[in-house]
Write a protein that binds this ligand. Structure first.
Ligand code: ADP
Ligand code: MG
Length: 673
């Protein structure tokens, strides 16, 4: 039997049962071996009847004291009988197993194992399984696998099928270099499969699990390495060199670049002029100044006779990028265009034409950029801003819009290292560590709702000093409708609280894109002084003159989102403030907000978020298919992931090729790579 054979080559699995297995996505023997138990049951020594407790599963060794009785209840045949040991008696019941009447003979002894439940004032055992002493002894203290099942398939049938697959299927030679197995203290692959299904003990089960999880991560990491190497071997067909326009652009900046920005620029410059295509991630906390790096790269492409585009997660942000670049590039003779989702079909058609005919050099947009109808001309560079908002797939789709395209990815969200391996493992990384020098650290406070009047007075004072403020409205889950209403009401109320001269306006998701843009632009130009908003302003938006961020219902947000929201202020030379308003007395909520209070450092917050929330949608990184493995969990098994990644990187050329050769023959464990 081969692992690639269909399941029905296993004895006892016919066409019909095979269909049932197919419902669990088990088509081949290999699939069956990879159908891991979701839990294990342990058969312990029998408990004296007198010591049974309600609710648990237990085994008793007892004798049958009277003939079994058969009755009918609600159309079910119920067999019941009393059993006894030295400590007491208990009643056992079974449903729809009439044949048991002939099995349960008075005077015989068995081991009964089942759930103990309360019926009236007494305990009974429901549906116990019946074992002869010998049968039970074999199972004693052995972990019994409990499988994910589907209708028509019992756990027992699954166990039998897996058992056969294990014994009869051939296991290929272990592909993992011995050195790596030794260094990571891993058992053999074959042993791991036996032990994950039918472990001898808890320890061996854990060892098996570690090996299988390691394999999943290791093969993933090897494929990443392969992808990275292939991409990095992609010859550079668009060698871009610094032009006069690029130098003029840099000279015209009203500030000095930070060391991190300078280094990143150098790396970008070297990448795009080098022998191979660029694949680079710029990682820097909110406000570290990533946009200017994207602008420089786009300018490089444009002034070398190519096109470049930048994809942002929201239209508000795309429009902002557009405005800034339009202003900066126009004087340099570079045409910038916005491809917005809100454009009319006619406008879009015209836009597609202008792109295809290379009337524009730099295209700014959202998902609109990857639509089928968009055909670029000499597309040399794609940039994704706020990459954590997109999937790896979207990044690749954008790159797929051209050939030999340089890829630049920007992300503010500091994520735990393990996540970075999975999401960005195939990219070179530039870290922009420091914030621009003149920035003052944001001052934070966490307050309750009674503080509101004080906060409003504070905002009024800041406005009178020429600053601006954001107020993020209470979060409403039910609907955008209610949310819009909320924002509108809050805005009206705030107008009443603040001096009449202060311009307060609302911004929410229900507004027409054109209205949203208009509000955002008026806020950016300083005409609107206080913007009452939902989280539509969360990502990327840049209004350096804003100095106050007040967040209502702060406890309802994740730390990542709070960090992003706070990142809207502290973007200029002025002292900025973030006011977290919380109505919650919940200790957990308070603890989370105190993290925000303590630190402005995204990496620290990411780490705390991981600790507080545990596995799950940590730090706002979407739980996409990219993070799914069969058994491994990138959070719980973070250490194994890091070890597997290190191992994959440590492979010598020879080892690497051997591993690849084996992987080539087997299906990918991780489907998205
Ligand atoms: P982010 O990294 O969050 O995308 P931005 O690129 O939007 O940050 O930059 C935030 C603000 O900082 C912008 O107003 C930008 O002009 C400004 N900025 C960028 N680099 C510097 C610098 N080296 N010195 C001072 N201000 C800078
Ligand atoms: Mg940004």
């Amino acid at each position: 039997m081969q692992q690639c054979d269909p399941v029905n080559c296993i004895r006892g699995i016919g066409e019909k049962t095979a269909k049932t297995f197919a419902k669990l996505n088990i088509l081949t023997v290999r699939d069956l071996l990879h159908h891991y138990p979701r839990d294990y049951e342990v058969f312990t020594l029998p408990t004296p009847i007198a010591r049974l407790r309600e609710g648990g599963v237990a085994a008793i060794e007892a004798g049958i004291t009277a003939y079994a009785e058969v009755s009918r209840q609600k159309g079910l045949v119920v067999v019941s009988c009393n059993v006894q040991d030295a400590s007491g008696t208990i009643r056992l019941t079974w449903f729809n197993q009439a044949y048991l009447k002939n099995v349960l003979k008075r005077g015989t002894h068995y081991i009964f194992r089942g759930r103990v439940v309360r019926k009236g004032s007494t305990l009974v055992m429901d549906q116990p399984k019946i074992y002869k002493k010998e049968e039970y002894r074999i199972r004693l203290n052995v972990l019994q696998p409990v499988y994910p099942l589907t209708a028509g398939l019992t756990n027992h049938a699954m166990q039998k099928a897996v058992d056969q697959a294990l014994c009869l299927a051939g296991f290929p030679n272990d592909y993992l270099p011995r050195r790596i197995a030794r260094e990571n203290k891993l058992i053999s692959q074959k042993a791991a499969f036996f032990e994950i299904h039918f472990p001898k003990s808890r320890e061996t089960m854990l060892e098996a699990r570690k090996r299988i999880v390691f394999d999943e991560f290791f093969t993933f990491a090897v494929r990443l390495r392969q992808r990275k190497e292939n991409r990095h071997l992609e010859e550079n067909h668009y060698k871009l060199s610094e032009t006069q326009e690029c130098r003029t652009f840099l000279k015209s900046l009203p500030y000095q670049l930070t060391k991190g920005q300078e280094d990143a620029l150098t790396e970008i410059r070297q990448d795009v002029a080098g022998e191979y295509v660029m694949n680079r991630l710029i990682q820097g906390d909110v406000g570290s100044g990533k946009t200017v790096l994207a602008e420089y790269a786009l300018l490089l492409a444009a002034t070398n006779g190519c096109q470049g585009c930048i994809m942002a997660p929201t239209e508000v942000l795309a429009r902002q990028h557009y405005e800034v670049m339009q202003a900066a590039f126009k004087p340099l003779g570079v045409e910038v265009m916005l491809l917005a989702g809100s454009m009319t079909p006619k406008q879009k058609k015209e836009a597609y034409r202008r792109i295809a005919e290379h009337e524009v050099d730099v295209i700014v947009g959202t998902h609109t950029l990857i639509q089928e109808k968009v055909v670029y001309d000499r597309l040399a560079l794609v940039v994704t801003d706020e990459q954590h908002r997109f999937g790896v797939k979207q990044r690749e789709n954008l790159a797929g819009k051209g050939e030999y395209v340089h890829v630049l990815v920007m992300s503010a969200t500091p994520i735990p290292r393990t996540l970075a391996i999975v999401l960005y493992g195939d990219l070179d990384v530039s870290l922009v560590k420091e914030l621009p020098a003149e920035r003052l650290p944001i001052k934070n406070c966490v307050v309750d709702t009674t503080y509101r009047p004080t906060a409003f007075r504070f905002i009024a004072r800041q406005v009178s000093e020429g600053r601006q403020a954001y107020v993020i409205c209470p979060m409403v889950e039910e609907s955008e409708e209610v949310e819009a209403e909320n924002v509108t009401e809050y805005t009206a109320r705030l107008r009443g609280e603040l001096p009449g001269s202060v311009v307060v306006e609302a911004l929410h998701g229900k507004m027409k894109p054109a209205d949203k843009n208009e509000r955002m632009e008026r806020f950016a130009s300083g005409e609107i002084q206080v913007l009452v908003s939902t989280t539509v302003v969360e990502v990327g938006v840049n209004v350096p003159n804003a100095s106050v961020m007040m967040i209502e219902d702060a406890e309802r947000f994740g730390l990542a989102q709070l960090h992003q929201l706070r990142g809207r202020v502290g973007r200029g030379a002025h002292q900025s403030y973030c006011i977290f308003v919380s109505g919650s007395q919940d200790e957990k909520a308070k603890e989370r907000l105190s993290v925000m209070n303590r630190s402005n450092d995204g990496f620290y917050i990411a780490g705390e978020d991981l600790k507080l929330r545990g596995p799950g949608d940590v730090f706002g990184v979407r739980q996409s298919g990219e993070l799914q493995f069969e058994l491994g969990d990138i959070y719980q098994d973070a250490e194994v992931l890091a070890a597997a990644d290190a191992a994959a990187k440590s492979l010598t050329k020879e080892e690497y090729e051997q591993v690849l050769a084996v992987l080539w023959q087997t299906e990918p464990v991780h489907k998205s790579v």
